[in-house]
Design a protein around this ligand. Structure first.
Ligand SMILES: Nc1nc2c(ncn2[C@@H]2O[C@H](COP(=O)(O)OP(=O)(O)OP(=O)(O)O)[C@@H](O)[C@H]2O)c(=O)[nH]1
Ligand SMILES: [Mg+2]
Length: 259
């Protein structure tokens, strides 16, 4: 039989229908080390923050369908404070709507859990399936930390998979969990941020303003709106990421009205 050739349009639609996974986490938690193990690629890793400065992509090894993995620069919060933070947060928060992320693997530094869990809690508001990779378990162990994995799973309602990425430990487990989640499609975060109705309606205009047409979960934009309301610096960071011709006076008025 003749080899079938894809037309450019078919290739484009194949590209669009690809499932995407994003590797996200604080700087220097081992995201690229995990990315290299999942894709077989050899992106640069290094023992200091900011080694990955732009998004990189590769295909997930061992799964029956073609899955795209994004290795994103590290970030501390979905309210970006630096250019590097912005790359990852804009992909996750919907400015780059062409990338439809089906699963987020949050790579955590187990030796620095409390700081790392702050970002995880923000990511859960996105209502995209999340798996937490508890990386650097060797560091946690040598620091005498005994992490209660079951307790974390109960509180956050997502799987926590212990790994030591630079020793390739736990990677098969992580892969298996990724495959299973991709098959299942969706998970609900059992502990969403509960916002009373009267607050929700007060922040609605800000939700609409910052979502800017994006289809992402309402709960995420409600949570972002509350962050902007509680911090002028966060709101200014959002304004600075927008085109200069936006109506900043109107935006400021909306914020004041909700306060
Ligand atoms: N001890 C230990 N070191 C690890 C582990 N996983 C990765 N590393 C090391 O941690 C350092 C950072 O790894 P990267 O994969 O570059 O981390 P990253 O999250 O991509 O970093 P940025 O791109 O800068 O945000 C490297 O020196 C890795 O070899 C682990 O489980 N234990
Ligand atoms: Mg990296």
């Amino acid at each position: 039989m003749d080899q079938l050739q894809n037309t450019p349009n078919e290739l484009l639609s194949e590209e669009k229908s690809l499932k995407n996974i994003a590797l996200v986490g604080n700087p220097n938690t081992g995201k690229t080390t995990v990315f290299n193990l999942l894709t077989g690629l050899h992106q640069k890793v290094g023992n200091y923050a900011g080694v990955t400065v732009e998004k990189k992509t590769g295909f997930l090894l061992g799964y029956q369908k073609k899955i795209n993995i994004y290795d994103l620069p590290g970030l501390y919060s979905l309210i970006p404070k630096s250019i590097d933070d912005k790359i990852a947060s804009e992909i996750l928060c919907g400015r780059e709507d062409s990338i439809d992320i089906k699963l987020i693997v949050v790579v955590l530094d187990s030796g620095n859990l409390s700081r790392n869990l702050y970002l995880l809690s923000q990511i859960l508001d996105l209502k995209i399936p999340v798996i937490a990779a508890l990386n650097m378990m060797d560091v946690a162990e040598s620091n005498g930390l005994n992490i209660n994995i079951k307790g974390l799973e109960d509180v956050f309602g997502i799987p926590f998979i212990p790994i030591v990425a630079n020793k390739k430990k736990g990677i098969d487990n992580l892969k298996e969990r990724i495959f299973r989640t991709l098959e299942k499609g969706s998970i609900e975060s059992p502990n969403p941020l509960q916002i009373p109705e009267e607050i929700k309606s007060a922040i609605k205009p800000i939700n609409i303003m910052i979502r800017n047409g994006s289809e992402k979960a309402d709960s995420f934009y409600d949570a972002q709106a509350l962050r902007y309301l509680s911090s002028d610096a966060a709101f200014k960071s959002w304004q600075s990421s927008k085109p200069k011709n936006s109506d900043q006076t109107k935006e400021q008025e909306l914020l004041q009205a909700a306060r």
